[in-house]
Design a binder for this molecule. Sequence first.
Ligand code: PEP
Ligand code: MN
Length: 371
Amino acid sequence: MEVKIGNSQINDWRGYKGRPFLISGPCSAETEEQVMETARQIALIKEVSVFRAGIWKPRTRPNSFEGVGSEGLKWLRRVKEETGLLVGTEVANEKHVYEALKYGIDMLWIGARTSVNPFTVQEISDALHGVDVMVLVKNPINPDIELWVGAIERIARAGITRIGAIHRGFSSYEKTLYRNQPNWQLPIELRRRIPDLPIICDPSHIGGARQFLYEISQKAMDLNFDGLMIESHIDPANALSDAAQQLTPNDLKELLSRIIMRNPNPSDPKLLDVLGELRQQIDVYDEHLLDLMEKRMKVAETIGRYKKENNITILQSVRWDEIIKKAIAKGKAKGLSAELIDTMFKAIHQESINHQMKVMNNGVKNQDNDN
Ligand code: PEP
Ligand code: MN
């Protein structure tokens, strides 16, 4: 699959002030004073490129504050005129797009509740045909990379060249420390699939609480994300939405000063030599892992044949429970997290079952036929 995202690199984007590309402003525009005062203070942080504010708010339940609507677009236009910051807001249908463009909004983002819906994303894409505006596509609320890529493709097809993704974490049924699970492997996979697509992390909606914003931001920078979108408000405690996760502009400034920026493209030959040597060692171990996996699956197939001949079921839960418990205990002694062992062994077990199934159901007679 080929996603054409135009030839515009993020550092050629209008308003780009260097990595991290920073977007900040309130979750919601509430009053003209709140927007203007937040913007004046944000404008003093020279690294911020775009001022954000939600005008139409998608709330989980009705009767919460659902945004000020088009009225707020005038305030954003005023922010742009008085501070020189670029301005951005969320759009969730074609009407939002037309309204936002009418007021000269520079950046539109598609929220997590919208990128799950290809009909709506297509409607937004159709409204964007022939328009030169920055568009950022948030990940869908469920961890589905295809939906995310699909939404990006739909926007790219409208001819938008300044297009990027926002990683805002994924909803889950289990209660976790963060408001939304980061599932970092998804944005990493997105980067692998579309290497030129800028990816911006939204620590506010991942963390859901002020105390997590720094660690998430630092992690995003260490993973070489292009930017950060962090919510800010002059009076976070009294914000009408997302009160627990917004920072005052001063606290944002302080957070930014603590972020350590590391070099994504080292060029010093000495550094590269050392890294190259270590990466070779990793490659060798990865080969070992693959060889071991191949051998393990061959044994699984032999077991499958044996079970077939003797009419025994594939799944033996007591045995499986033993394997995973033993592995977690051994892994712990080797400094490996229970999370790794659990994920790894479940995947290996599933693969093993698949190999056994193949043997049982396809009537494979001998080892030479399996592959
Ligand atoms: C927001 O950015 O304020 C927002 C509603 O985000 P999300 O779509 O990530 O929930
Ligand atoms: Mn918010």
